[in-house]
Design a protein around this ligand. Structure first.
Ligand SMILES: [Zn+2]
Length: 275
């Protein structure tokens, strides 16, 4: 996710998020929900940078830590990085490890306007791609004792308004393309082996992962860049041939990483791409 406004745009020295946050990075393997909040202000300041600076000062001075939200969306539909992905939220007591948090800068209990809805849908869709699964969209009041995010936004949540619509940039591949077959390329995975598999230059691919004739208990994990996430996409046992589908972000070199816990053959079929 490229935030429209990285936090350097609004931060001021002495009150940066980094200086007042010691949370760990967002761990997508743990995230289950996207939580939407409001500010409870009667009127959001149209100068969003100034508004965020003031809120951050107030948080640091009164609570001793940074604004607890990951991203704010203003009435122009711009997304403003707060904690981004560098720090877990501190906005939803008890569930900060399992949530990604959006602050919607509406006036009081207003609903989000059209451009805000579009922006939030984009964030939800991106978050689901990061997590590799469907994250539930909830209001702060669903996970805490509060009126937040106000009735306007809450009605939009229960009306599924923030569900990403059919992504015009998503293409179903019919029939699916077999991107990898270890039986024909490189042979069976060794226990604990990771292979890079080329799937083309897309933001994400929807793949069917199949373990064929697994030699032991284990699982397959697929991911894009960076360290392996703490999730399994296919779980198998001795002698099994079993498949499962997942959205997987694609690394900049057009590859995904595929790890197998035990020895097994692996098939990767691309069913859809998002770019
Ligand atoms: Zn809230």
């Amino acid at each position: 996710m490229m935030f429209d406004m990285p936090r350097e745009v609004w931060e001021e020295p002495g009150y940066t998020v980094a200086e007042h946050t010691n949370s760990r990075p967002v761990n997508w393997a743990l995230v289950r929900q996207v939580v939407i909040h409001y500010t409870a202000d009667k009127r959001a300041n149209p100068d969003t940078a100034q508004y965020l600076r003031n809120m951050q000062r107030s948080y640091v001075n009164n609570r001793g830590y940074s604004l607890g939200y990951n991203v704010a969306v203003d009435q122009q539909g711009l997304s403003w990085e707060i904690r981004g992905v560098d720090y877990r939220p501190a906005a939803n007591v008890e569930v900060n490890n399992t949530t990604y948090t959006i602050l919607a800068l509406v006036n009081w209990q207003d609903a989000c306007n059209g451009v805000m809805v579009d922006s939030i849908r984009d964030i939800v869709q991106w978050a689901r791609q990061q997590a590799g699964r469907r994250l539930e969209i909830v209001g702060h009041r669903d996970v805490g004792s509060t009126r937040c995010p106000g009735d306007g936004i809450y009605n939009q949540i229960t009306g599924n308004v923030f569900e990403p619509t059919e992504d015009l940039d998503m293409r179903i591949i019919n029939p699916p393309v077999r991107a990898y077959d270890s039986r024909k390329q490189q042979g069976r995975f060794k226990p604990g082996e990771t292979r890079k598999i080329h799937v083309g230059r897309n933001d994400a691919v929807f793949v069917n992962l199949t373990a064929v004739d697994a030699q032991g208990w284990g699982f397959i994990t697929a991911w894009g860049d960076g360290p392996m996430p703490d999730v399994s996409n296919v779980n198998y046992n001795v002698g099994m041939t079993i498949a499962n589908s997942a959205w997987v972000p694609v690394a900049a070199d057009g590859c995904i990483n595929v790890f197998s816990h035990a020895a097994t053959d692996v098939l990767v079929d691309v069913q859809a791409v998002a770019s």
